[in-house]
Ligand binder design. Structure first.
Ligand SMILES: C[C@H](O)[C@H](O)[C@H]1CNC2=NC(N)=NC(=O)C2=N1
Length: 97
């Protein structure tokens, strides 16, 4: 099944709804850093995101340093940002709480 990148208008709307996420022009991606009280909380968050990602067959590019988790979302199959990234970012927001 093919998946299309967002149009300029769809991307602008998505970014308005995700004020804590930055747009990466070069990658056509969105990114955000999360900071937690300690490594244990950061890794628990990563576990929740990993289970969500596997269930929805959509996976983040990410890294972790102690209490920080850096996440970048883009859709490799679309060659850029798609509605799957927006849905994932919304889910990640909820999983960070
Ligand atoms: C075969 C499998 O469905 C695809 O490779 C999925 C897996 N996870 C994915 N994750 C992301 N971020 N982009 C994709 O295009 C993607 N494709």
């Amino acid at each position: 099944m093919s998946i299309e990148p967002l149009t300029d208008e769809e991307r602008a709307d998505a970014l308005d709804a995700l004020p804590d996420w930055d747009y990466d022009d070069g990658r056509d991606a969105i990114s955000r850093s999360f900071t937690f009280p300690d490594f244990s909380a950061a890794f628990a968050f990563m576990t929740r995101v990993a289970l969500y990602a596997e269930k929805h067959d959509h996976h983040p590019e990410w890294s972790n340093v102690w209490n920080r988790v850096d996440i970048l979302l883009t859709t490799h199959d679309a060659g850029g940002l798609s509605h799957r990234d927006v849905a994932m970012a919304e889910a990640i927001e909820a999983l960070a709480e």
